[in-house]
Design a protein around this ligand. Structure first.
Ligand code: HEM
Length: 454
């Protein structure tokens, strides 16, 4: 295996080379179905027999869709409908832009000030995680990396929400319902794809509805319990949600909206856990990159704790996290629907035409990236950065961009810095794992690891 990190090509399904493909009916791993042409073209017609659909890669057209005309290019219903039983009417699953007052109401949780005051929670969580890694090492255990990181990220989310550590049994319950829901959705998408209807999805099975209801019920109990005990701080997300008022109507969140938001935060942490999982996976094959992180941390913080103010100086570590977001965007495809007829570049779009913007494809596009399949964290320090950033959209773009983006990067950078400095996470089945694009980007099998101290 080539372990020179500037040449290392981490695993990804190879695109197939014959023709443009028939988009009615796809293989089990949706990423494997993507023909090579998609990674070279600006725009490709990927219509199916029942829907006109264009894949748009051109960065200027992407700007039109997300930044210039978001009121016309609304979120397409398809996939997001599948998440509605779990996330309710949260903005992330709301097609029209009428949810924008909710975005304003949650803005205080994403400010730099909130991140700074909640920094201690992340530090405490990583401290607890390090203790757990020590335990694993002492017992010489082999462990599922995804589970390990889900636990860490769920604990961080819980502390930020309620100012308390996440109890073990609560994590077990959250994780079991969330996994159950995700697995059933992924299974449904695979089955539908195999039957030959690529983009149109059937109704969710009762089992998935049940898992969603159970998780929402648990979240409602957690909210009630924390309100009753009144132990959450003024900086907690729960407090900020309780005092938030709509800028239009001055009305607070309803109970249902509160449950939507808390459930979404607990679930969004899984996206962050997925990025970290690929980061540790890739770093285990790239000793040079690990070494650079360790040297950077030592230079910035010595052997002491990393302070909030020092984070901006961990440039290489942050670029590793970014590069993983590029190679493994947890949401591999974003879809929009034209809400009225209009011209987009040379395309004449009818009302209802679907547009797919795929971070997975744009991030590996041959025209916009130099050596796109290589793991190369240093690419962000080179001069052509402005071109790169136009084609970098792991968090979406524009009006409906992820509100958790900056905190996810901050958190990811700190976790990488602290864990890589202290431990080696060795992946035991690296040659057997590939990413698979279903609703989210997932590994084709659980990634198992061993932990040893540096
Ligand atoms: C690495 C972690 C994460 C990734 C890769 C990610 C990615 C995304 C993407 C791609 C979108 C846009 C969807 C679209 O345009 O259709 C989005 C939306 C959103 N994300 Fe994240 N996210 C992450 C973590 C988080 C976290 C931790 C939170 C909350 C604390 C969060 C809150 C949201 C919200 C509220 C939206 C909806 C914005 C809207 O539709 O108006 N995300 N996220």
């Amino acid at each position: 295996m080539d372990t020179n990190n500037s040449l290392y090509r981490p695993p990804a399904p190879h695109p197939y080379t014959e023709g443009t493909g028939d988009f009615d009916g796809v293989e089990t791993n949706l990423l494997k179905h993507l023909p090579e042409e998609l990674y070279k073209a600006d725009v490709v017609d990927i219509s199916t027999s029942d829907r006109t659909n264009y894949l748009v890669n051109d960065p200027d057209l992407i700007s039109v869709i997300f930044e210039e005309k978001p009121e016309i290019f609304v979120k397409a219903e398809g996939m997001i409908e599948l998440l509605r039983p779990l996330l309710g009417d949260h903005p992330i699953v709301t097609s029209n832009n009428r949810c924008l007052d909710q975005r304003d109401m949650i803005r205080p949780i994403g400010t730099m000030r909130t991140q700074q005051v909640n920094f201690e929670h992340i530090q405490d969580s990583i401290g607890r995680f390090s203790d757990y890694c020590e335990e694993i090492r002492n017992e010489n255990r082999v462990i599922d990396l995804s589970l390990l990181l889900r636990r860490l990220n769920a604990d961080i989310a819980y502390r930020m929400l309620f100012s308390n550590e996440l109890p073990k049994d609560v994590f077990k319950e959250i994780n079991s319902h969330a996994r159950d829901f995700e697995l059933r959705i992924s299974q449904l998408i695979r089955e539908t794809a195999e039957q030959g209807v690529a983009w149109q999805l059937p109704k969710l099975p009762q089992t998935a509805m049940y898992a969603a209801q159970q998780l929402r019920y648990l979240v409602s109990m957690l909210i009630d319990g924390n309100i009753q005990s009144n132990s959450f701080s003024h900086h907690s997300f729960l407090h900020k949600f309780l005092i938030a008022r709509s800028p239009e109507t001055n009305i607070p969140f309803t109970r249902k909206q509160l449950i939507d938001h808390v459930t979404t935060i607990l679930n969004s942490q899984e996206l962050a856990a997925a990025v970290l999982m690929w980061a540790f996976f890739v770093l285990s094959q790239c000793p040079e990159a690990k070494q650079k992180i360790r040297e950077e941390v030592r230079k910035v913080a010595g052997h002491d704790d990393i302070h909030f103010e020092q984070l901006s100086r961990l440039r290489y570590t942050r670029n590793v996290f970014r590069e993983i977001l590029r190679l493994y965007p947890p949401i591999p495809h974003l879809t929009r629907r034209a809400s009225r007829p209009l011209k987009l570049g040379k395309l004449d779009l009818q009302e209802g035409t679907q547009i797919t913007v795929s971070p997975w494809i744009v991030h590996r596009h041959k025209q916009y990236w130099f050596n796109p399949d290589r793991f190369d964290p240093e690419r962000y320090m080179r001069k052509d950065q402005h071109i790169i950033m136009k084609s970098f959209l792991p968090f979406g773009r524009g009006l409906r961009m992820c509100t958790g983006a900056s905190s996810a990067i901050l958190q990811g950078t700190l976790i990488l810095a602290r864990i890589v400095s202290k431990f080696d996470i060795d992946i035991l089945n690296a040659d057997k794992v590939e990413p698979e694009g279903v609703l989210f980007l997932e590994p084709t099998r659980p990634i198992v690891c061993k932990v040893t101290p540096v």
